[in-house]
Write a protein that binds this ligand. Structure first.
Ligand code: AMP
Length: 189
């Protein structure tokens, strides 16, 4: 089983690239954002706990996020590999993920960060707002989400750099070129 973590700020193209990666390699997609949206939409008790936090664009506390993630992984014991999209977003989440993988006799094999500067991300999301109505893309929430990435999640990258595990892929340009960059990491690691 081979597992991949895909990093990138909101609007970096993680969703698009994830779809292509799943199609090519057969990963099981684990998007904590999608899972939280499912819970809020279906008004589960978890959904009710995180709704306000998500609507503000802030990060859900680690304890809740890690518990939800573990539950999701345990539902897929026969997965060929997982693609983590939007997780980990903090160092404690990264540590919990490594531990969980180790306890299950596996590891995170590929860690890819899509490098897209803040200004580019803002332009892309402004465009996305005109075609998709995602409540977390509204102006104020968006500012918060981008800030959360560039002030919190960005600190997860040195955690992996120190271990020599981070691969950065230039995230501007044609979707297929960016995809090739990610595939090179997977095929040559
Ligand atoms: P996303 O679609 O990945 O941008 O996630 C949408 C929202 O879900 C985020 O703004 C957070 O409120 C919450 N969320 C998703 N993943 C995480 C995570 N790993 N840690 C904390 N909060 C998260």
């Amino acid at each position: 089983m081979k597992n991949l973590v895909l990093f990138g700020p909101p609007g970096a193209g993680k969703g698009t690239q994830s779809e292509k990666l799943i199609h090519k390699y057969g990963f099981v997609h684990i998007s904590t954002g999608d899972l939280f949206r499912w819970h809020t939409k279906n008004e589960t008790s978890l959904g009710k706990r995180v709704k306000e936090i998500m609507n503000s664009g802030a990060l859900v506390p680690d304890e809740i996020t890690i518990a939800m993630l573990k539950e999701e992984l345990e539902k897929n014991p026969n997965a060929k590999g997982f693609l983590f999209d939007g997780f980990p977003r903090t160092v404690p989440q990264a540590e919990a993920l490594d531990k969980f993988m180790k306890d299950n006799g596996t590891a995170i094999h590929y860690i890819v960060a899509l490098d897209v500067p803040e200004a580019e991300v803002r332009t892309r999301i402004a465009k996305r707002r005109t075609t998709e109505s995602r409540v977390d893309d509204e102006e104020e929430k968006l500012n918060k989400r981008i800030a959360e990435y560039f002030t919190k999640t960005i600190h997860v990258l040195p955690f992996y750099v120190k271990q020599g595990r981070l691969n950065t892929v230039h995230g501007i340009g044609a979707v297929d070129d960016i995809f090739d960059g990610i595939c090179k990491v997977i095929d040559h690691s």
